[in-house]
Design a protein around this ligand. Structure first.
Ligand code: CP
Length: 323
């Protein structure tokens, strides 16, 4: 991941940026707030490349990661982010918590509140879970993915990756391909990218496209090629095997044939277009290994960006509020 100067600047760099208490989604974040987050993340990239990967920014602060769904990237990077900022970090997974004994999410969060955390990072299968918790507690809440709703730090790390590579988010064509209907990644990215002046389009099997578009001006295609045409960035989403039947596709092979991104399909995009995937990848299904591991792929840059971006998230939230 390079960190070259960016062409995107805040409309008023001197103006104080209002930092929301919670990070629940990209829908209500302004361009200035997004740029401030990305610029803050940029200052943290270097910390993880030092021999001693730690700064005292959040010494004395407490971060709890409460994950009620599996995760590798988001959970690990939030844990490392907190530790590299010197916060006290506690990790809770649903399977090892009293949620398995029938305790409600609210009672769990009220219990955590009594322990005075500064930030709770929540991943939950229910859309709206993070908003609900945020409305009931005193600590800051970070939505680490809630059902089919939003995954704001994924969108921020994706934006960070694009901006570092292409220098701007303005005026780009970004094709988001796969299971759009169920994807919180697609939603958060669409909110962010549109706010920043990118042109977004979606492609996927018709039953996996939203029946009632949130953004009537976002083109939706039931074939890959028109979406890829002239794209600066191609985001490939993971196909969730359990959804193939509802998409009227008989097999992974059929999905791979119709919607898999291979070297031949890639020719429709702009030469050198960035290839992104939030992970985890189904190799040979939604993306051909030659593309996933090819020179245009920035998939591992996204992972590295995730750490710096989540350091920024924790720093901005825990560093700005007294709990
Ligand atoms: N992209 C993403 O959220 O990955 P994990 O489920 O591994 O955290």
């Amino acid at each position: 991941m390079s960190t070259s100067p960016s062409k995107d600047t805040s409309s008023n760099p001197q103006a104080a940026v209002n930092i929301p208490r919670h990070l629940l989604g990209m829908e209500h974040l302004s361009k200035e707030q997004i740029l401030h987050h990305l610029d803050t993340a940029r200052t943290f990239v270097e910390v993880s490349r030092r021999p001693v990967r730690k700064v005292p920014a959040l010494k004395g602060k407490t971060v709890i990661n409460l994950f009620c769904e599996p995760s590798t990237r988001t959970r690990t990077s939030f844990e490392l982010a907190g530790k590299r900022l010197s916060a006290d970090v506690v990790n809770i997974s649903q399977a090892a918590s009293s949620l398995t004994k029938g305790e409600s999410l609210l009672d769990t969060c009220k219990t955590l509140e009594a322990l005075h955390p500064d930030v709770v990072v929540l991943r939950h299968p229910a859309s709206g879970a993070a908003d609900f918790v945020a409305s009931q507690v005193r600590f800051s809440v970070v939505n680490a993915g809630d059902g089919m709703h939003e995954h704001p730090t994924q969108a921020l790390l994706d934006a960070f990756t694009i901006r570092e590579r292409l220098g701007t988010l303005k005026g780009l064509k970004v094709a988001i391909c796969g299971d759009i209907l169920h994807s919180r990644v697609a939603r958060s990215n669409a909110w962010l990218l549109r706010t920043m002046g990118s042109e977004v389009c979606f492609a996927g099997p018709r039953p996996l496209l939203p029946p009632h578009p949130i953004w009537p001006d976002v083109p939706m295609y039931d074939r890959l090629e028109p979406a890829l045409e002239g794209a600066d960035v191609v985001m490939v989403l993971r196909i969730q095997r359990e959804r193939l039947k509802s998409a009227s596709l008989s097999s992974l092979e059929e999905y791979a044939r119709l919607f898999g991104l291979g070297p031949r399909q890639l020719l429709f995009a702009k030469p050198g277009a960035l290839i992104m995937h939030p992970g985890p990848i189904n190799r040979g299904v939604e993306i051909d290994p030659r593309v996933a591991d090819g020179p245009q792929s920035v998939i591992l840059d996204q992972v590295e960006a995730g750490l710096a971006t989540r350091m920024a998230t924790l720093y901005l939230l825990a560093g700005n509020h007294e709990s």
